[in-house]
Design a protein around this ligand. Structure first.
Ligand code: WAQ
Ligand code: MG
Length: 278
């Protein structure tokens, strides 16, 4: 008789499944999920396959880890609301980004300095960082200890129930691109961090120029162009109120705290950005 151990579909445990792949020391791709125990090995296989088929490959090293999440430490949360500002040019988009950051409580010079840092490549030698800059929202000082890596938000996902439902609503709103869902989940976790004032982001993908400014009150505010087509620079900035939380507590939350989203926010139809005198 062959004994089989299968985790029961009723097992309420959740696992963090994380994959990262590199080619000769250069980061290629990464992805992560939080899934029920019964799905963990299947999801690990799917992420590993994604790494092996990655366009920039072949991957020479693939790391995939599965980690049990202590249910007592899991945080359940609701995703931010989504709005979209349409701009005619990336220059207008960058002005809109500064303006939304100011509305979130970031001084205008700090906002502009951060936009310029991403535009010029915020890593050493003007390269793209692997993670985010952390900026003191009051002074503009950069606080991340490693300027090449920055800080990486990790251990966040949608619940198994919310994922298909959100995929449908995003598709119906014309937001089917997987980057939207991924960035929304990341921003959702970031906005709940202690002392978080706002986040600024645009992709390093030369073919993807939409980015966003997120803040706890206004949610996830997309801006349709934040860089010229073909620009390979991009990144993220987390603006923090250092009086509200220590850097150690903030980084620990961003990297380690498991956050599972089980409710969606509202989605507003796109509107034309109108610059106000701010
Ligand atoms: N934590 C912190 N920073 C990160 C992380 C992370 N987990 N992942 C990426 N970054 C930083 C890193 O510097 C990347 O170069 C930069 O962010 C951009 O990452 O609504 O796709 O994955 O239409 O290229 C936003 C708009 C898309 C989506 C953002 O970012 C929409 C995107 P990418
Ligand atoms: Mg990228």
């Amino acid at each position: 008789m062959v004994a089989m151990i299968i985790s029961s579909p009723m097992d309420p445990s959740l696992y963090s499944v994380r994959m990262r792949a590199s080619s000769h020391g250069q980061h290629l791709t990464g992805a992560e999920r939080i899934v029920p125990a019964a799905a963990a090995s299947e999801v690990a296989a799917a992420l590993t396959q994604r790494a092996m088929l990655c366009a920039g490959g072949p991957a020479t090293e693939v790391h995939c880890s599965l980690e049990w999440i202590d249910p007592a430490r899991l945080c359940n949360a609701r995703l931010p609301d989504i709005s979209t500002y349409q701009v005619d040019t990336w220059r207008e988009g960058r002005q809109a980004a500064s303006c939304l950051l100011v509305r979130a409580g970031v001084p205008v010079d700090v906002a502009r300095q951060a936009v310029n840092a991403l535009a010029e490549g915020a890593g050493p030698g003007g390269r793209v960082m692997r993670g985010a800059m952390i900026v003191d929202a009051a002074t503009g000082e950069r606080l991340e200890s490693d300027p090449a890596r920055g800080v990486r938000a990790s251990r966040m996902d949608l619940s198994a129930e919310l994922r298909p439902q959100l995929e449908r609503t995003l598709a119906a709103a014309g937001l089917a691109h997987p980057r939207v869902l991924e960035a929304l989940v990341l921003a959702g976790k970031v906005l709940q961090a202690p002392g978080m004032v706002a986040e600024l982001c645009w992709s390093d993908d030369p073919a993807y120029s939409t980015g966003y400014v997120a803040d706890p009150r206004s949610g996830y505010q997309r801006i349709t162009a934040l860089k010229p087509d073909g620009d390979w620079r991009g990144g993220r900035v987390f603006f923090v109120d250092t009086k509200m939380a220590s850097l150690t507590a903030l980084v620990d939350y961003l990297e380690c705290q498991a956050v599972l989203f089980n409710a969606a926010g509202a989605i507003s139809p796109p509107v034309k950005w109108i610059a106000a005198d701010e």
